[in-house]
Design a protein around this ligand. Structure first.
Ligand code: ATP
Ligand code: PH2
Length: 182
């Protein structure tokens, strides 16, 4: 049983990206590890998209996805868990915005605004990245509860289009199947 109760917990959105090795396997393992954490429940997972690299162009295509989680961790503690998962999965990265085994970015967390050296929330580059907005849009709740809907909708309208973003695999998060494997 997870220890957190819904009254104290917050919803958060995490973007995942990988462009080295077994990209799909690594993303699935990262989602699995988030969900296995005692204080994190993965609620929803987006489809997987194959995306052209943004920023540093001379690198392989990425697979990108976004998950929604529920957690009673504070944002800094959640980021630490995410960075631990990156390390465990052997993140290799030599170039800023360059290739990596797996990258986890904390996009947004209910009611949280942060501007510290190690954490900025909402994620400062989220609104300009189609590889984040398109999977994020997949898993927004159908009703606007938080303001995130309008941020994502406005940002998607501002984008030039969905070039460079291809649906790679439809994905339906099944927590039971993950739990029964562990
Ligand atoms: N919302 C956030 N999510 C993840 N990391 C963040 C966030 N805000 C600040 N950081 C800090 O950013 C630092 C660099 O992160 P990282 O190496 O993943 O950057 P990057 O993936 O190369 O680029 P980008 O930040 O543009 O995605 C991390 O050490 C982390 O402390
Ligand atoms: N398509 C794509 N491009 C990127 C990505 C990413 O996840 N997908 N991550 C980056 C640094 O966070 C830089 N560029």
């Amino acid at each position: 049983m997870k220890s957190h109760s819904t009254s104290e917990s917050s919803e958060a959105y995490i973007a995942l990206g990988a462009n080295l090795g077994d990209r799909e396997g690594t993303l699935m393992e990262a989602v699995h590890r988030l969900h296995k954490h005692q204080q994190i429940t993965v609620l929803r997972g987006s489809n997987l998209y194959e995306t052209e690299p943004v920023g540093y162009l001379d690198q392989p295509h990425f697979l990108n996805m976004v998950v929604a989680v529920n957690t009673d961790l504070d944002p800094h503690a959640l980021l630490k868990v995410m960075q631990e998962i990156e390390r465990e999965l052997g993140r290799v990265r030599h170039t800023h915005w360059g290739p990596r085994t797996v990258d986890l970015d904390l996009l947004w967390m209910e009611g949280m605004v942060e501007d510290t050296l190690d954490l900025i929330l909402p994620h400062p580059r989220m609104e300009e990245r189609a590889f984040v907005l398109i999977p994020l849009h997949d898993i927004l709740p159908s009703e606007e509860t938080s303001g995130l809907h309008s941020v994502v909708k406005t940002a998607l309208e501002r984008l030039d289009g969905k070039e460079g973003i291809q649906l790679w695999r439809t994905y339906n998060w099944q927590p039971e199947s993950v739990l029964s494997e562990s």
